[in-house]
Design a protein around this ligand. Sequence first.
Ligand code: COA
Length: 277
Amino acid sequence: MAAAELHLRPATALGEEELARALERAYEDYVVPFAMDVDRLRRHVDANDVDLDSSLVLVDAAGDVAAVALLAVRGERGWIGGFGVTTPFRGRGLGHRLGALVEDAARQIGLRELQLEVFVQNDRARRVYDAQGFEAVREVLILTRPPSGPPTPASLPVPATDPSVVLSTTRPDPDPVWQREAAGVARVDGVQALVTPDASAPRGAMLLLDGAAGALVLDVWGDAEAARALTTELARSRPDAAATLLNEPDGSPALPGLLAAGWREAGRQVEMRKRLG
Ligand SMILES: CC(C)(COP(=O)(O)OP(=O)(O)OC[C@H]1O[C@@H](n2cnc3c(N)ncnc32)[C@H](O)[C@@H]1OP(=O)(O)O)[C@@H](O)C(=O)NCCC(=O)NCCS
């Protein structure tokens, strides 16, 4: 089918089930396994400020989804939090068209900047974003850590604390990646916080979520020593849990400590941004 015969709709034209299914189809053969359902979609929308009215889908005459783009909004900044073309429609320029459409949607609601992350090996997506004028800002890592086995004593006392204390404390990185911004993390149900001593002015902190697949670290900051101590406590308190950490900026002060404490690089993304005017 020619791309011109596709119809542009807001993502709200689909029900939640349909949208979750459309995203799964748009992420077929992705760089990493991608699973979406209504619960995951709701959490993604809530934590990341996805604006479904400004997000869009392209559908064919039969109502089949050809492409989906999710646009998240914070002030005058936008983040592309989902972007894909379903396999029957790939390789015909639709990725480029979708990129232009999401940028139009961002301009229409007055956004001045768009940002996104793309896996370094995702050449097709990268060609779309490069052609559109996005510029690479930094690389961010996905780190994983296997379960550590039986508990060992902590090297430093690392207390669990109230996440709101940590979230209200000034984070040393003034420009965290989108999914780590405190505004969003504060809205995630069940977040646990670990801090290095002196909770009133933490030298380092880790925010995490315990789940069936292990511990998901939503954010960590501090110097290398703090990152090591936080990981030691994570491993001591959750000896049977594997752990995943999203979007650690390459070259961050914490990274050497994380690697020394057994975290390993499992993926690398490029953060890209484009000024809109
Ligand atoms: C990335 C994606 C959206 C591209 O959509 P698409 O409609 O296939 O892309 P287009 O036809 O517009 O082509 C985009 C570029 O990829 C290239 N490309 C397309 N298919 C390709 C293939 N099979 N192998 C290599 N390059 C390919 C095109 O040549 C084009 O580059 P160019 O304009 O410099 O020549 C699509 O592959 C997809 O949905 N992938 C899974 C989800 C995903 O990766 N999303 C991005 C998240 S950041």
